[in-house]
Write a protein that binds this ligand. Sequence first.
Ligand code: ADP
Length: 375
Amino acid sequence: MARVTFDGLGKVYPGGVRAVAGVDLEVEDGEFVVLVGPSGCGKSTTLRMVAGLEEITEGTLSIGERVVNEVAGKDRDIAMVFQNYALYPHLTVRQNMAFPLERRRAHGGWLDRLVTGRGQEAREEDRQIEAEVTHAAEVLGITDLLDRKPGALSGGQRQRVAVGRALVRRPAAFLFDEPLSNLDAKLRVEMRAELKALHERLGATMLYVTHDQEEAMTLGDRLVVMDGGEVQQCASPREVYEAPANRFVAGFVGTPSMNFLEGTFADGTLRVGEAAVPLNFDGLASDGRAVLGVRPDRLRMGDASDAFLLDAEVIGLEDLGDRCDVRLGIAGAEFIARRPASELARWGAGSSVQVTFDVSEGHLFEPGPHGRRLS
Ligand code: ADP
């Protein structure tokens, strides 16, 4: 296993699209790092540069101590698992899994053996390959599928075979490109847990790409949140959630998304329309425009005993079974409050309510879609 180091890594495609810019990142030996962000943010391009499938146009990439910018993908000692599995349909599971090892064997297959007469070495290699495949199949629980062809497997089983094919190579690092996105929701959650367990068992370096923030939160030791080809934040899932670096990260992580409300900040208070929200952020924000952020599950319906109240109109309600989402209009912005299901009957669309939240749960950002978090 090895560490993977990005130093100012960037990619400008022919034609001039700057897909990735100035990525600095150190993936530690044995770490599970997830690149996450919306479609087009540059995460696949980043991963493909590590895999050697895309030329690096700026910066350097090292695997272990070796700079690999000019090293062909097949010589980088990495294994990639693709979204579409990329299994050979005419080969059995066993042959699919053995394929990367067959390709790099020194003493050839049966034909070579006949010609070169190096039968014994080749048979030893056969045994090693068989042992690797058997071991990987056991680890992934697919021993009974080894003689089937991919066409006779479910999506989840194919995904396991694709992982198995990476596993047999014992690479310095594993790369995953949205490997679960073709699976249905339930299977995705199951496979997520399996991958996490596999990582813990192998202690392998893993770099994983997804657009799904929930998948990223549950899998990663660390998340690299990207937008517009740049790293917005690189931190543990907890830190990304609790202390988002900027408004983009705050809005991207968490379901439903954080609510935002722009107002004028002065003397520790944010004024939004008639309401004054005493934020106690003295000394952090300069006076002027600022954006308040509060997560849907932190909003509650207020009463006279609260420090401040925001006037809101109920736009609609969504019944989620064990809870409900109340859509609110507040000073021209749309908010969602996630509330207990028992409140479903209490609010009707069109009714006026007053909401509040614990000031310590609020965040303040500079204006703009990537406004820095001030508190
Ligand atoms: P993501 O994986 O986050 O969806 P990509 O890395 O695929 O994003 O793409 C990042 C940006 O680079 C996008 O603007 C995309 O349109 C552009 N892009 C991707 N591949 C190519 C290519 N082969 N040629 C030109 N532009 C590309």
